[in-house]
Write a protein that binds this ligand. Structure first.
Ligand code: COA
Length: 247
């Protein structure tokens, strides 16, 4: 009886995982469930994890680790068999995702490739993040330590997060810092973590100004006009918005 209810639960969780991938992956439009299980590494890794975790909870030795190891070899996604994962997790692309032993993930979470839910060193006990419901974690983001990621938060690609994240916030950068909370820009002194001081850019900007001034003086003294039109020179860095260099 208990075995039948565990199987039913497993089947329900896997169905929900496939539904989550279909909902959140535009490329899954019109793709059947069998094809998704065969072709989506995130779904395969989760399926393997759900089986490995159920065996682990029942005290089965060796097999849970072997399943996690095989899933990692197949998908490039490493989920420790003891990690606790809620329903409707979607792991997009997947390669390089690492989810540590004491990590806890709520419902409706989305992870992109290269996400690490890891520890900060050689601690024991609870040492991996707790991610609440409906969190999105961008590609390459590293979340380290027993931190709490509040529900609905978004973690920017390539951020390194080592402190708790408030619910419904957007955190970006290294170290990760909130730039939006409840959709509003975070205000106050020292809150602009995106446009950090850049001494090299500042030095180059000062040199450019001096060269422009020298060119103007040479032109005034009867020399040739500058080859580069100063009007067409891109600013090194705007005060806000996108970097013109695309970085
Ligand atoms: C963070 C993210 C989720 C956007 O969240 P959002 O709440 O809509 O935030 P916004 O787009 O309004 O960005 C807020 C600010 O953070 C900056 N920002 C956004 N993502 C950033 C990142 N990864 N690193 C650094 N800064 C970032 C924006 O430029 C913006 O700056 P501004 O205040 O000067 O305008 C998104 O940028 C992101 O990183 N998504 C991950 C997607 C991904 O990994 N895709 C892989 C597909 S293969």
């Amino acid at each position: 009886m208990a075995r039948r209810s565990s199987l039913a639960r497993l089947a329900r969780e896997v169905r929900a995982d496939i539904g989550a991938a279909r909902e959140r992956d535009p490329s899954a439009l019109g793709v059947g469930s069998v094809e998704m299980v065969a072709g989506w590494p995130g779904i395969q890794a989760l399926l393997a994890h759900r089986v490995a975790h159920a065996l682990h909870v029942r005290g089965v030795p060796v097999l849970p680790r072997a399943i996690a190891y095989a899933a990692r070899a197949l998908t490039g996604i490493e989920i420790h068999h003891a990690a606790r994962i809620g329903e409707r997790l979607f792991i997009d692309h997947g390669a390089g995702v690492v989810i540590g032993e004491t990590a806890t993930i709520g419902d409706g979470v989305t992870l992109y490739q290269g996400v690490t839910l890891g520890g900060t060193g050689f601690e024991t006990g609870k040492r991996h993040p707790t991610v609440q419901d409906n969190v999105t974690i961008g590609s390459g983001a590293k979340l380290l330590g027993p931190i709490e990621i509040g529900h609905g938060a978004k973690i920017g690609a390539n951020s390194v997060v080592v402190r708790d994240v408030p619910p419904n916030s957007t955190v970006v950068g290294v170290p990760g810092h909130p730039v939006r909370i409840d959709g509003r820009r975070v205000e106050g002194p020292d809150t602009d973590w995106i446009h950090l001081p850049d001494p090299v850019a500042d030095a180059m900007r000062a040199l450019s100004a001096r060269v422009a001034e020298l060119e103007r003086m040479v032109t005034e003294l009867g020399g040739t006009p500058p080859a580069v039109d100063p009007e067409n020179v891109l600013p090194l860095r705007p005060v806000r918005g996108r970097n013109p260099a695309g970085g």
